[in-house]
Design a protein around this ligand. Structure first.
Ligand code: NAI
Ligand code: MG
Length: 488
């Protein structure tokens, strides 16, 4: 239980009960690698701890796969591709994927609780956003499995073979779903590497894949660190790499596969502009700003981390934003009232704290919520910087934490120039009452996704991906199939 006090906490000193499901999940002491339909010891016999960032307690030990393990997994995936999955009709593949989707729904609460324990995100997010989207993603791509010829008329789409998929820690199971569902629908087999801080839900998903009767070797899970990921990237018999994570690792991957015929999609960092015009519905915009940067601890590649407010409404927007910030509850991720959970890991906690320090040193004006933080765990208060200039590092670099930098603007052309002045281009948000302004802005923003009068809305039917250093290729929707097919 977490005690939270804030000025707006009108009920005074009271604590919230944790979500009742928090006691029900079963986590094994140790998780091996999942290769060719079986749990196997890692060759090195090495395991690492996965901890709960909100309690700093160890949850389980997870196998550390090396090059030899990756090689075994790729061989199993190749065998399954050639023997079963690549030859199976789309209609049959679709049945498996539908079954997986339904089983995810059945075990949704359990998956949500484990996601919040292992990664620190509030149960409200994992229960109401992540896991439902995971199931929806499988449902959506199950529907495409037998319709690929209709998706790409006259093109004779063919599967690629073995896909190596490397995912990050901010949406652990959702990123697995984004990768697995389209790859399976298109007839590919997979070697998957979850992020080292958050492997548990991917390992729980293995139980579902087994129960669904998915043939051996179709999905192999090799847990581990960056070296495990690199072994997948460098394996000569992998046909496609799908990666979501930091721009730095994205660049390493691109160099590693240059000159090979591996297909690749990279979804990297972001520094999204959330733009509020003077004619915007202010209260909704404030809610959208909060949703865009504070919920989920700002661990979102498309987080609205740069706020641009038109000068005439800047005072009122910032005042309302500060008021709303003050009501945010930071604490136990398993408490259903929590808005902001724990920062995912000690490393990321230090990165975020360091950027807050940098922001202060750069001369920006600092403001944070005044709530008490739990004594244990990696927690950061929602933070706001005003008097920020374009050249400040907090306005340029990805922080990946609940830290917002605020700038003002006067004209449309000024805000377009400022918003696009970043090396990233993943997403943007526009708040205005005028449809014509929205259309004008969407054509001018160099960003893969532009939300209008809303923020951070996801749907499996809608493609997602970046411009510039935010990566290339699209995941989701019809575009997401393209990434796993040879269209001739
Ligand atoms: P990272 O890019 O190192 O990790 C992402 C995944 O890549 C993990 O599964 C990791 O094990 C794997 N990996 C690491 N090195 C690899 C290599 N050489 N070859 C293949 N796979 C490799 O991200 P990290 O260090 O956890 O976070 C650092 C920063 O990256 C964050 O502060 C944030 O700014 C950004 N980030 C962006 C994400 C996004 O969704 N765009 C997700 C996670 C982090
Ligand atoms: Mg963990």
């Amino acid at each position: 239980m977490t005690k939270n006090k804030s000025k707006l906490d009108f009920a005074g000193d009271w604590s919230y009960a944790p979500a009742p499901e928090s006691t029900k999940v079963k986590i094994d002491k140790r998780y091996k690698l999942f290769i060719d339909g079986k749990w196997v010891e890692p060759t090195s016999k090495k395991y690492f701890d996965t901890i709960s960032p909100s309690t700093e307690e160890k949850l389980a030990e997870v196998a550390w796969g090396n090059e030899k393990d990756v090689d075994k997994a790729v061989k199993a995936a190749r065998k399954a591709y050639e023997g079963v999955w690549g030859k199976m009709s789309g209609k049959e593949r679709g049945k498996y994927i539908y079954r997986i989707a339904r089983m995810i729904q059945e075990r949704a609460r359990e998956l949500a609780v484990i996601e919040s324990m292992d990664g620190g995100k509030p149960i409200r997010e994992s229960r109401d956003v992540d896991i439902p989207l995971v199931a929806n993603h499988f449902f959506y791509y199950a529907g495409w499995a037998d319709k690929l010829d209709y998706a790409f008329p006259n093109l004779r789409p063919k599967s690629l073979g073995v896909a190596g998929q490397i995912v990050p820690w901010n949406f652990p199971l959702l990123m697995v779903a984004w990768k697995l569902a389209p790859a399976l629908a298109c007839g590919n087999t997979i070697v998957l590497k979850p992020a080292e801080a958050t492997s548990l839900t991917a390992l729980k998903l293995v139980e579902i894949l087994q129960e669904a009767g998915l043939p051996d070797g179709v999905v192999n899970v090799v847990t581990g660190f960056g070296d495990t990921g690199a072994a997948i990237v460098n394996h000569p018999d992998v046909n496609k790499i799908a990666f979501t994570g930091s721009t730095g690792v994205g660049k390493i991957i691109q160099k590693a596969i240059a000159g090979t015929d591996k297909k690749c999609t990279l979804e990297l960092g972001g520094k999204a502009a959330n733009i509020v015009f003077e004619d915007a519905p202010i209260d909704q915009a404030v809610e959208g700003i909060v949703n865009g940067i504070y919920f989920n601890q700002g661990h979102v590649c498309c987080a609205g981390s740069r706020l641009f407010v038109q000068e005439s409404v800047a005072d009122i927007v910032i005042r309302k934003l500060k008021d709303r910030m003050e009501s945010l509850i930071v604490g136990d991720p398993l408490d259903k009232n929590t808005d902001i959970g724990a920062i995912n890991s000690k490393d990321q906690y230090q990165i975020v704290k360091n950027y807050i320090k940098i922001g202060k040193e750069e001369g920006a004006k600092f403001h944070e919520n005044s709530c008490a933080l739990p004594k244990k765990g990696y927690f950061v208060r929602p933070t706001l910087f005003t008097d920020v200039s374009q050249s400040h590092r907090i306005a340029q670099e990805e922080i990946f934490g609940p830290v917002l930098s605020v700038q003002t603007f006067r004209t449309v052309s000024e805000v377009i120039a400022k918003a696009n002045n970043t090396e990233y281009g993943l997403s943007a948000g526009i708040w205005t009452d005028k449809g014509s302004k929205i259309f004008n802005m969407t054509t001018k923003m160099r960003a893969g996704v532009v939300w209008a009068n809303t923020y951070n809305k996801f749907d499996p039917t809608s493609p997602f991906g970046g411009y510039k250093e935010s990566g290339f290729g699209r995941e989701g929707g019809l575009h997401g199939l393209d990434a796993y097919l040879d269209l001739g």
